[in-house]
Design a protein around this ligand. Structure first.
Ligand code: DLL
Length: 436
C-alpha cells in the first residue's frame, strides 16, 4: 500500500522541481537562522539564491557529525526553543551526543514519513503494531510509535525489556506487526521458541527492522523463524529518526523519501560524487524540516543509489541496504572488511547465531582478526569437543573464503553476546584493540 500516492509516485521531473523549491527555502532559512551555515556559506563564497539546480547543491559545504557536536546542545537549531516541541538525541557512545529538536510541523512530517514505511508493509488501521524499540532519547521508539498512530493502527508501546513479557504481548495482544532492531528480533525468535510458542500461535505477519546493519541471510532466518515478511527501514536521528528510507514488498532496496531528503553518494575520502550506482558515503540534505535542517550531512553510512522505477509504482529512488559504517570498516593489511560480510557468513552457518563481535589486534606489527560468535543451543546440546572444533574450523574456512584473510573463530556461550549491553539496543560489532 502506498501512503502518499502524490509524492511517493510523483513523476521524477516534478519531484526534482519540488526538491529544488524546498531546497531553496531551506537554504534561505538556515542562512538567516543558523550561524554555522551563515559562516560556512560565506567561507565557501556560496549564495543560497545562486543555487538553482540540484547540481549546484554540490558546491555547498558538507556538515559533519563533529560540526554538530561542536554545536552542542542547541547551536544548530533553526528556530527558538519555544517553537520546539520535542527533543531527541543520539546515543553519544563515541563523544558528545547530538541534540535534535522538532517543531510541531516536524513531528507531523516525521509521523508521515514513518507511516509510509509501515504502509509499504501493508499496515493499516486494522493492525496491532508492537513497537519493541527503546522509548526515550533514542528516536526509534517514539518515531515508530507516532508513525503507526498516524496510520490509525493500534500501537503497543512494548519498548524493550523482559522477553517473557514481549512474547506474552505478541501472543495475547495478537500483534500483527513488529518494529525493532533485527538483532532484537532474533533474540525474540529464540525467546518465543524457549517459551514453547510456535509461530503458528502468533498473528504476526510483518516485521520492520532497522537501526543497525543486517543481511539478506538474517532476513531469511527471521522470516522463517517468525513466519513473517521482514522489511528493512533506515534513518538517523540527526536527519529525522526512522522514516528516511524503507523497503516495499519487492525488497529491492529502500525507497528514499526524496520529497523531504536529497540523497547523494560521495567518495568518503575525496568527497566527490561517485559514478551512478557505485557505493560510497551517503550524504543527506533535509528540505522540509524546520527545527533542525541539515545541509549535505555526511552520514558515515555506506550505500549506493538506484533511481530506476520500481514494480511497486513508487518513483522514489532506492538505496541499497547499508553495507556498514565507514568507521566500522576494519582494515587488515590492504583488505577492507565490513561487519555485514561477517554477518552474512554467520547467518547462513548452522550451529551458530549471528550474534558476534569482531576483535582486531596487532601483535609484533602483525594484525590479527578474531570473530567471537554465539553458539546456538542446539549445537551446544551436542557438546562434544570434537564437534565444536569442527564447527570452528568450518566457520573459519567460510570466513576466509568470504574475507580473504584468516580469522580465528571463538565460540561464546548462548546469549552472552546478544545479552551484553542494553536489551534491544544496537549491537557493537567491532573491537579494535590496535587503537588502544
Ligand atoms: O537508528 C533511527 C532508526 C530507528 C532507524 C529505528 C530505523 C529504525 P540513530 O540511533 O541516530 O537512529 O542511528 C543512526 O544507525 O547512521 C546507521 O549507521 C544505523 N542504521 C539505521 N538504520 C539502519 C538500517 C536510528 N536499516 C544510524 N541498516 C545510522 C543499517 C542502520 N544501519
Amino acid at each position: 500500500m502506498i501512503w502518499s500516492q502524490k509524492y511517493e509516485a510523483m513523476p521524477r521531473d516534478e519531484l526534482a522541481q519540488v526538491q529544488i523549491e524546498r531546497l531553496q527555502s531551506t537554504l534561505n532559512r538556515v542562512q538567516r537562522s543558523v550561524a554555522f551555515y551563515r559562516a560556512a556559506f560565506q567561507a565557501q563564497r556560496v549564495k543560497p539564491e545562486a543555487v538553482s539546480t540540484l547540481e549546484d547543491l554540490r558546491r555547498l559545504p558538507f556538515t559533519t557529525k563533529e560540526d554538530l557536536r561542536q554545536a552542542y546542545p542547541y547551536g544548530m537549531f533553526a528556530v527558538p526553543l519555544k517553537d520546539i516541541v520535542r527533543i531527541q538525541c543520539t546515543s553519544g557512545t563515541t563523544g558528545r551526543p547530538v541534540v535534535v529538536g522538532y517543531t510541531p510541523n516536524d513531528v507531523r512530517l516525521w509521523s508521515d514519513c514513518v507511516a509510509r514505511v509501515l504502509a509499504a508493509g501493508g499496515v493499516s488501521e486494522h493492525d496491532v503494531v508492537q513497537v519493541a524499540f527503546t522509548y526515550g532519547l533514542f528516536s526509534g521508539g517514539l518515531g515508530m510509535h507516532y508513525g503507526a498512530e498516524r496510520l490509525g493502527a493500534s500501537v503497543v508501546p512494548a519498548s524493550t525489556g523482559s522477553l517473557e513479557r514481549q512474547v506474552m504481548i505478541l501472543r495475547d495482544f495478537k500483534s500483527t506487526a513488529l518494529a525493532c532492531t533485527p538483532g532484537y528480533a532474533l533474540t525474540l525468535a529464540s525467546a518465543i521458541r524457549d517459551a514453547g510458542v510456535s509461530p503458528d500461535d502468533l498473528s504476526l505477519r510483518v516485521g520492520f527492522f532497522g537501526a543497525e546493519p543486517w543481511s539478506e541471510s538474517l532476513r531469511g532466518q527471521l522470516e522463517q523463524r517468525l513466519g513473517i515478511v521482514a522489511l528493512d527501514n533506515y534513518g538517523l536521528t540527526e536527519i529525522l529518526g526512522p522514516g528516511v528510507s524503507f523497503e516495499c514488498e519487492h525488497k529491492r532496496g529502500l525507497h528514499i523519501n526524496e520529497d523531504h531528503f536529497i540523497a547523494e553518494i560521495v567518495d568518503p575520502a575525496r568527497g566527490e560524487p561517485v559514478p551512478p550506482g557505485a557505493p560510497g558515503e551517503l550524504v543527506l540534505t533535509t528540505i522540509s524540516k524546520e527545527g533542525f535542517p541539515l545541509i549535505r550531512y555526511r552520514t558515515g553510512d555506506i550505500a549506493s543509489i538506484d533511481p530506476s522505477p520500481c514494480a511497486c509504482g513508487r518513483t522514489l529512488a532506492r538505496m541499497s541496504r547499508i553495507a556498514g559504517r565507514i568507521d566500522d570498516t576494519v582494515i587488515v593489511g590492504d583488505v577492507k572488511i565490513l561487519p555485514s560480510q561477517v554477518e552474512e557468513v554467520l547467518a547462513s552457518s548452522v550451529g551458530v547465531e549471528p550474534h558476534f563481535e569482531i576483535i582486531v589486534d596487532r601483535v609484533e606489527g602483525i594484525d590479527s582478526l578474531e570473530v567471537r560468535v554465539e553458539i546456538s543451543e542446539s549445537a551446544l546440546a551436542v557438546d562434544e569437543i570434537r564437534a565444536l572444533q569442527g564447527l570452528k574450523e568450518q566457520i573459519g574456512r567460510r570466513l576466509l573464503a568470504a574475507l580473504t584473510v584468516p580469522v580465528k573463530v571463538t565460540l561464546a556461550e548462548p546469549k552472552t553476546i546478544s545479552a551484553a549491553g542494553q536489551p534491544g539496543a544496537k549491537q557493537r560489532r567491532v573491537i579494535d584493540r590496535r587503537a588502544l
